[in-house]
Design a protein around this ligand. Structure first.
Ligand SMILES: Cc1cc2nc3c(=O)[nH]c(=O)nc-3n(C[C@H](O)[C@H](O)[C@H](O)COP(=O)(O)O)c2cc1C
Length: 258
């Protein structure tokens, strides 16, 4: 009887520990303490994946150079608002170029590493940027990948994906109606290779930086945008042909003319 009681108590207490909400456990288990930092030093980490995703067999479209004039940062911050309704007018390639540059464009170099518009823990840059060009002057409709190093885009899948985007984003209509939709995906091992599981925190933080850059640049161009966190992960990943584990969609961001 005593043994049975002890067993039940053990199972019950394990259950309590196990049933802590996932978010709480994630935060707890990735927090920095001196013991954890020391443990982390000896814990093996995954290898660093390639810093840049490439599609070597597909042709690149060189984007217009970014421009460096616009409203002040203060004015952009003051005017920035989430915009969910867009006109049917197309975006120009220059506007798309400017937005991509604001998201992840190269702005410097240190020890051979290309630095970008948004900060990144350890300058490891886990993000890949894709755009769905639904209505962009001179661009074939389809999914493009942003090639950071040479400020180019590559058409990886031609077609009209607006209805799939709508379903992916739980019927949020602005994703179907926007002339261009940004999708931010992260390759987690770029961060984990240095920071272990804590690196996940840094990935989510960086998504915010990139997203805000797109917001402010859109505001400066007189465009509107909204960041979307509510989407069906598996469907979003499938749309891009990524596995959702090594690389996964973190945010979706339509941009259009208000
Ligand atoms: C992480 C995150 C996820 C969000 N997800 C959605 C979303 O799925 N759909 C949506 O319409 N807005 C979404 N938003 C936009 C917020 O609703 C919006 O920022 C908020 O209402 C404040 O309005 P403002 O951006 O105009 O200042 C999200 C914002 C953040 C930061």
């Amino acid at each position: 009887m005593k043994t049975l009681m002890a067993l039940l108590i053990t199972i019950f207490s394990c259950q309590i520990a196990y049933s802590a909400p996932i978010g709480e456990r994630f935060h707890e288990e990735t927090k920095h303490t001196w013991i954890q930092i020391l443990r982390d030093i000896i814990t093996p980490k995954p290898a660093m994946p390639p810093r840049f995703k490439e599609y070597p067999n597909l042709p690149k479209i060189r984007l217009p150079d970014p421009k460096f004039k616009g409203i002040s940062v203060e004015e952009a911050l003051e005017k920035r608002r989430s915009v969910r309704e867009y006109s049917k007018k197309p975006l120009t390639l220059s506007e798309v170029s400017q937005l991509l540059w604001a998201a992840q464009g190269v702005t410097g170099r240190i020890h051979g590493i290309l630095l970008r518009t948004a900060p990144s823990a350890g300058a490891l840059y886990p993000f890949e940027i894709y755009i769905f060009a639904n209505n962009v002057k001179t661009l074939t409709r389809g999914i493009y990948h942003y090639s950071v190093r040479d400020h180019s885009i590559v058409l990886i899948k031609e077609g009209d994906f607006r209805d799939r985007l709508l379903r992916v984003s739980l019927e949020q209509e602005m994703v179907r109606d926007a002339p261009v939709v940004f999708v931010l995906s992260a390759i987690f091992d770029r961060m984990r290779s240095k920071y272990g599981e804590r690196g996940f925190r840094y990935v989510y933080m960086e998504a915010g930086h990139i997203s805000q850059n797109i917001y402010l640049q859109a505001t400066s161009l007189g465009l509107g945008t909204v960041v979307i966190g509510a989407f069906l992960d598996d469907d979003a990943n499938r749309l891009l042909g990524i596995d959702g584990k090594k690389e996964a969609v973190i945010a979706i961001q339509p941009v259009g003319r208000p």
